[in-house]
Design a protein around this ligand. Structure first.
Ligand SMILES: C[C@](O)(CO)[C@H](O)COP(=O)(O)OP(=O)(O)OC[C@H]1O[C@@H](n2ccc(N)nc2=O)[C@H](O)[C@@H]1O
Ligand SMILES: Nc1ncnc2c1ncn2[C@@H]1O[C@H](COP(=O)(O)OP(=O)(O)OP(=O)(O)O)[C@@H](O)[C@H]1O
Length: 289
């Protein structure tokens, strides 16, 4: 067997806001956040083999295959289902790694969704999300593929209709350690919990910002520069940040203003992941076969 299936997208995410509402006994922090999807997308191709080996090429430079979340996701699916098929995964990496855009988690989710279909495992969406959660707190929302309000460490999801602003996204190309941010003694950890309807009326913020500003001054200066054009926030624990605009022209003007602050792009927040369309295409072709 050597069937090839190409063009599986793994989008980036933003956290429109991020509140830290407590700390769990295991040290992880309880969050409230709103996830949406943005470009860029990584691109994944799968070549099915008789197995059971899982191999990959491409991906994050210097990251050993065994540590890549695509390989770990494929192994987790084998372990969960007893599937003995194998796969070679090609990763076309476009999402900056460790930037708060969730690229690793998205690659893992796309691998789970694609292989569940290609290997014919037959797991439900809910079961796939549970496998994803073992790999990372952001994986379930990418499996779900819908903009969602999230609680817990990010796994308790409620799909929501959110507005879809144009965004200027700045990657100041500063590697921010998620563990260092969550480990900061001065981190805001006790924001009062809000309700979904509260989200529509409140001033949005990211509770990691003060810590990230102090630990990573170049990120602080990028936030200040983008703030000249509109309220600017980190996504995740950064280093990427974004500002929202009502139309593309306003976003393009702001982009020009922050040129040179790192990698800067204009895109629109999406409430539906392109992964869902690719899966539907796969299902249609399997049904027609
Ligand atoms: C902050 C977010 O970007 C929101 O989308 C994500 O929850 C971060 O998820 P992630 O990058 O997958 O983070 P992980 O690699 O799981 O966590 C790195 C480290 O950050 C801390 N961590 C992470 C998430 C969380 N809710 N509480 C934590 O305290 C833990 O010390 C953990 O060891
Ligand atoms: N396929 C992958 N793509 C990116 N990173 C990966 C991948 N597999 C494993 N990793 C590891 O995961 C780490 C975090 O990567 P990722 O890009 O998901 O972080 P992030 O964007 O900061 O995520 P978050 O927003 O969830 O904090 C990287 O440092 C990298 O070593």
């Amino acid at each position: 067997m050597s069937q090839r299936s190409t063009g599986w997208p793994a989008p980036a995410k933003i956290n429109r806001f991020l509140h830290i509402t407590g700390r769990r006994p295991d040290g992880y922090h309880a969050l409230q956040t709103l996830f949406q999807f943005i470009d860029p997308c990584d691109g994944l191709d799968f070549t099915l083999t008789d197995g059971p080996e899982i191999t990959r090429d491409g991906g994050v430079a210097g990251l050993p295959a065994a540590d890549d979340l695509v390989v770990r996701a494929a192994r987790a699916l084998q372990a969960r289902t007893g599937c003995r098929a194998g796969v070679h995964i090609h990763v076309d990496k476009r999402i900056p790694a460790g930037a708060g855009l969730g690229g690793g988690s998205s690659d893992a989710a796309t691998t789970l969704v694609a292989l569940n279909a290609l290997w014919g495992c037959g797991l439900s969406g809910t079961a796939l999300e549970a496998v994803g959660l073992e790999l990372g707190a952001d994986v379930p929302v990418f499996v779900r593929g819908r903009a969602a309000w999230a609680e817990g460490v990010g796994e308790r999801l409620t799909v929501v209709e959110a507005d879809r602003p144009w965004l200027v996204v700045v990657d100041p190309r500063v590697e921010v350690s998620t563990a260092a941010v969550f480990g900061d003694p001065k981190l805001t950890r006790h924001t009062e919990r809000i309700t979904i309807s509260g989200f529509k009326t409140m001033a949005l913020r990211n509770d990691c910002e003060a810590t990230v500003r102090r630990l990573y001054p170049p990120v602080a200066s990028a936030i200040d520069a983008l703030s000249e054009y509109g309220p600017s926030r980190l996504t995740g624990t950064g280093g990427c940040l974004f500002a929202c605009f009502n139309d593309r022209d306003a976003a393009e003007r702001a982009r020009t203003g922050v040129d040179g602050r790192g990698t800067v792009w204009v895109t629109r927040a999406a409430s539906r992941s392109p992964l869902l369309d690719r899966l539907a295409m796969q299902q249609a072709s399997s049904n027609g076969a």
